[in-house]
Design a protein around this ligand. Structure first.
Ligand code: 5GP
Ligand code: ZN
Length: 140
């Protein structure tokens, strides 16, 4: 099956482009969650962030920063959230790695807590974990 984001990169599917350079394209999400909701996408097709080289990750996040700055300036956003759904368990629908930038406006918006409320039971256990560099086997 064809990858929608590769089709967008190759301009076979039109999109509203926010920014583009040799290795990365950023375009508006078709189902925006906030005004100016943008997807920043490396042009090489890989599904997971972990498959990108360190250089590609640097390039991607350099451009995430550029786009966030652009969205703040041009749209008057006063903050932004960055998200990356990596893998099916994390809700990734398009299997071409991409970073969401959600410009935010006004005061006292909700952060992660709206999507991920604190797990009070885990919270108590984490507080009682040994401190310093962790031994993963002690993670509750
Ligand atoms: P995720 O894979 O991180 O869950 O989300 C994929 C995102 O891609 C969704 O927010 C969805 O609205 C967006 N999307 C899916 N298809 C298209 C498309 O054809 N064009 C654009 N611009 N965005 C799309
Ligand atoms: Zn692709």
């Amino acid at each position: 099956m064809k990858c929608i984001f590769c089709e967008i990169i190759n301009k076979n599917i039109p999109s509203s482009i926010v920014y583009e350079d040799e290795g990365v394209i950023a375009f508006l999400d078709i189902n925006p969650r906030t005004r100016g909701h943008t997807l920043v996408v490396p042009k090489r097709h890989v599904s997971s962030l972990i498959e990108l080289s360190d250089e590609e990750v640097c390039e991607l996040f350099r451009d995430v920063k550029k786009c966030a700055e652009l969205l703040m300036k041009k749209l008057g956003a006063t903050g932004f959230n960055i998200g990356l759904n990596n893998g099916r368990s994390a809700g990734q629908l398009i299997e071409h790695v991409h970073v969401h930038i959600l410009p935010r406006y006004g005061d006292e918006g909700k952060g992660f807590e709206s999507a991920f409320p604190i797990d009070e039971e885990l919270s108590e256990k984490v507080k009682n974990m040994p401190k310093g560099l962790i031994d993963f086997s002690t993670l509750p």
